[in-house]
Design a protein around this ligand. Structure first.
Ligand SMILES: [Zn+2]
Ligand SMILES: [Zn+2]
Length: 272
């Protein structure tokens, strides 16, 4: 993975300031066994939430603006809010995955000009998550009222960027029940089209969660990723993130089970 430690070596090749580049690239804070990534001043606990070596772009934005947007470095930004289309992480001609060392921003290493996918109807909940990601990336507090107006749960209003990504991921990662426990689901960097699905399912289930009765909560509990929620609730997360994680675990699995999962995880962290 390309990280801040490479900044000095590659800044000459890219023709930019090494200091600027080292801030723009993710760096790893080694905290014993639990590594934490930082990018653009934001903390990211789950490595696969960063695209790393696998860029994704909106070719239309590149055509208009002439640069790549920093939120594209986050896996959750799988859709362009302006052009209402999926981002692109693969060349339509050679079918290879996009590389950092391509000849131009909008050109694949094979020489083909990258084409946008066609625009589509994106549900308002997904657009709101994406706009929240952009705002959080600028380090600004997000207005809770805006969340409520599109039906996203009020509990999500105080999350950090890291927390929001984990919550949406937890709710949207499984496309069917009983898929929990597959660790590679969140260690592997998912392709852009997979994250489009995560966003769609995640926003729709979060909306259902808010108004769910007992049996609907049980249905949801079969669908969400327990391990991602436990990570959200884990010690060391920002205050609101941990509270939201624990609250969602309690709602879905009951208080006793939620506490058991939570304390098991803390034990595991201590002995990792
Ligand atoms: Zn775009
Ligand atoms: Zn190509």
């Amino acid at each position: 993975m390309l990280t801040a430690s490479h900044a000095a070596r590659i800044s000459g090749v890219l023709g930019c300031e090494a200091t600027w580049l080292s801030e723009a690239l993710p760096f790893l804070q080694d905290r014993g066994k639990s590594n934490v990534w930082h990018i653009y001043g934001q903390r990211v606990d789950i490595r696969s939430h960063l695209r790393g070596m696998h860029p994704q772009v909106c070719p239309r934005c590149i055509h208009h603006d002439g640069y790549c947007r920093k939120e594209w470095d986050l896996s959750i930004t799988a859709i362009c809010r302006r052009h209402k289309c999926s981002l692109v992480d693969q060349c339509q001609r050679c079918h290879g995955r996009l590389r950092w060392d391509r000849p131009d921003l909008g050109v694949c290493h094979c020489g083909a000009i990258l084409q946008s996918t066609t625009g589509q109807d994106i549900n308002p909940g997904v657009l709101m998550i994406l706009s929240a990601v952009e705002v959080l990336m600028m380090g600004e507090p997000y207005a809770p009222v805006t969340w409520l107006s599109v039906g996203l749960p009020a509990i999500a209003s105080d999350l950090s960027l890291n927390g929001l990504m984990a919550l949406v991921h937890a709710f949207g990662v499984n496309d069917a029940a009983h898929q929990a426990g597959r660790t590679q689901q969140f260690t592997r960097v998912a392709r852009t089209h997979e994250w489009v699905g995560i966003l769609e399912r995640g926003s729709e289930r979060l909306r259902r969660f808010e108004a769910a009765n007992r049996s609907q909560l049980q249905e949801l509990a079969e669908l969400v990723s327990q391990s991602l929620l436990v990570r959200l609730a884990k010690a060391g997360s920002r205050g609101a993130d941990a509270q939201v994680g624990l609250h969602v675990l309690e709602q879905l699995f009951g208080k006793t089970e939620a506490r058991r999962l939570h304390s098991n995880h803390i034990q595991m962290e201590l002995f990792e």
